[in-house]
Structure formats: structure tokens, C-alpha cells
Design a protein around this ligand. Structure first.
Ligand code: GDP
Ligand code: ADP
Ligand code: 5GP
Length: 208
């Protein structure tokens, strides 16, 4: 991974049910310069999930082979399943100047920050524990014992928010989406990004 790759790398983490997927999905619909990286996982697909859309669903043996071959820029075990981000897809997109979003857990986010110092780490918090529990139930995708496990893990996960660059509280969805858009937009106003993307203006002003 090259620190001077032209695209921005955004990493979004949250405890399960905080609204990370909903927010990222809404952001992508508004922003054609962003692409989300589709992770590999050993978790079984949920009802509506399609291979290659939400995740690449693989068996444990295949996942292990990919780890051994160095195919992942990060991987972690989360709630008893393995998840990993494919190196090839992310590096190719960044090199083309595309901004990339990773929707991954905090362990993966911290690995990415070590590899890629310019990555922007964003943590999504629920407005309360009660609201988080209700969202996991309302989503209706996980068995009650899985929900209990995810709520237990959430205590430790939210404690990791302190290591992130930005924190967004997903109370009112539209407000949280606005906040997420603002973080993405602000990165594109950085001097180096403006110089790259608005070179004609810089040159007309005699700045380059
Ligand atoms: P997935 O991307 O198919 O896994 O869907 P999600 O679980 O992320 O979200 C389910 C649906 O709820 C999506 O159509 C979201 O856009 C929608 N949604 C999520 N949060 C809100 C909200 O706060 N208000 C409204 N009106 N819709 C929401
Ligand atoms: P995650 O990807 O973090 O596990 P989801 O995006 O699947 O979370 O959201 C969990 C549930 O909460 C979904 O049913 C989603 O529709 C709902 N949700 C997300 N954001 C909000 C919000 N701001 N207010 C109410 N419900 C929300
Ligand atoms: P879910 O099973 O609810 O889709 O995801 C469970 C957890 O795994 C979430 O915290 C999610 O962010 C994380 N996750 C998904 N893909 C990856 C990945 O590629 N790498 C890492 N480290 N975590 C991931």
C-alpha cells in the first residue's frame, strides 16, 4: 500500500447494529467517486445477502489459503467469524484516484491505520445501549443468542472509538449521514487533494 496513492481511504467501524451499513449505503448513493470494498467472510449469508454484493462468502479453508497467500491487507475474527479486506481491489481503486470506503471492525481499522497513515478512521456510535438493542432486534437478521453476543461485544467495541479520527452519533439518520458526508468532503479539500484535482486552477493562478 502506498502512502501517496491518489485516492482517499475511509474506514468506518461501529458495533453491529449502530447503522454502519445503512449510512455507507446512503453515502454511496450520493457520491459517485466513492467505492466500497466488498470483504470476504466465513459467516453464512443472511436472507437477502448476495455473494459479491454484501460479502464474498467463503469456506474457512479458502479464507485460510487467502491469509497464507497474503491476499488480505487486514483480517480479523469478529463475533466468531473471520472477515478480511482484499488487497488487490483496494490498491487498484486507490491507484486510479478513486476514494475507497472500508466497512470493517475496529481491529481491522487499527491494522489499516498502521499500514496506511493517511487513512481516515470514522467510528459510528449508537445514541444509547437501548437503541442499539432495539435496532438489532428490528433488523431481524440475527438469532437472539447472536444478538446477545453482539451486544456484549459492543461494550468493548465502543471503547475503541477513542483511537479514531472522527466520531459520528447515529441518532437521527439524516443528521448522521450529513456528518459522514462532511468528513468525506473535508478530506477532498486538503491542500494535496486540491492540487491534484484542481491543477488547472492552481496553474492559472501561477501556484504550480
Ligand atoms: P442492507 O444494506 O440491505 O443490509 O440494509 P440495512 O440493514 O443497512 O438497512 C435496511 C434499510 O433500512 C435500508 O433500505 C436503509 O436505507 C433503511 N434505513 C436505515 N436506517 C434508516 C432510518 O433511520 N430511517 C429510514 N427511513 N430508513 C432507514
Ligand atoms: P450495522 O451495519 O452497523 O450492523 P445496520 O446499518 O444494518 O447496522 O443498521 C441496523 C438497523 O438499524 C437496521 O435495521 C437499520 O435500518 C436501522 N437503523 C440504522 N440507522 C438508524 C437510525 N439512525 N435510526 C433508526 N434506525 C436505524
Ligand atoms: P456482519 O456479520 O454484521 O456483517 O459484520 C460483523 C462485523 O465484522 C462488523 O463489525 C463488520 O464491520 C466486520 N467486518 C466486515 N468486513 C470486515 C473485514 O473485511 N475486515 C474486518 N476486520 N472486519 C470486517
Amino acid at each position: 500500500m502506498h502512502a501517496d496513492a491518489p485516492g482517499n481511504l475511509f474506514v468506518v467501524a461501529a458495533p453491529s447494529g449502530a447503522g454502519k451499513s445503512s449510512l455507507v449505503k446512503a453515502l454511496l448513493e450520493l457520491d459517485s467517486h466513492l467505492a466500497v470494498s466488498v470483504s470476504h467472510t466465513t459467516r453464512k449469508p443472511r436472507g437477502q445477502e448476495q455473494n459479491g454484493r454484501e460479502y464474498w462468502f467463503v469456506e474457512m479453508a479458502e479464507f485460510r489459503r487467502m491469509v497464507d497467500d497474503g491476499d488480505f491487507i487486514e483480517w480479523a475474527e469478529v463475533h466468531g467469524n473471520c472477515y478480511g479486506t482484499s488487497r488487490r481491489a483496494v490498491e487498484a481503486r486507490l491507484a486510479q484516484g478513486e476514494d475507497v470506503v472500508l466497512e470493517i471492525d475496529y481491529q481491522g481499522a487499527l491494522q489499516i491505520k498502521k499500514l496506511f497513515a493517511h487513512a481516515v478512521l470514522i467510528f459510528i456510535l449508537p445514541p444509547s445501549w437501548e437503541e442499539l438493542r432495539q435496532r438489532l432486534h428490528r433488523r431481524g437478521e440475527d438469532q437472539p443468542d447472536v444478538i446477545v453476543q453482539r451486544m456484549e461485544n459492543a461494550r468493548h467495541e465502543v471503547d475503541q472509538a477513542r483511537h479514531f479520527d472522527f466520531v459520528i452519533i447515529n441518532g437521527l439518520f439524516e443528521t448522521a449521514l450529513f456528518d459522514l458526508k462532511t468528513v468525506v468532503h473535508s478530506q477532498r479539500l486538503r491542500y494535496a487533494a486540491q492540487l491534484r484535482n484542481k491543477s488547472a486552477v492552481f496553474s492559472a493562478l501561477g501556484l504550480v
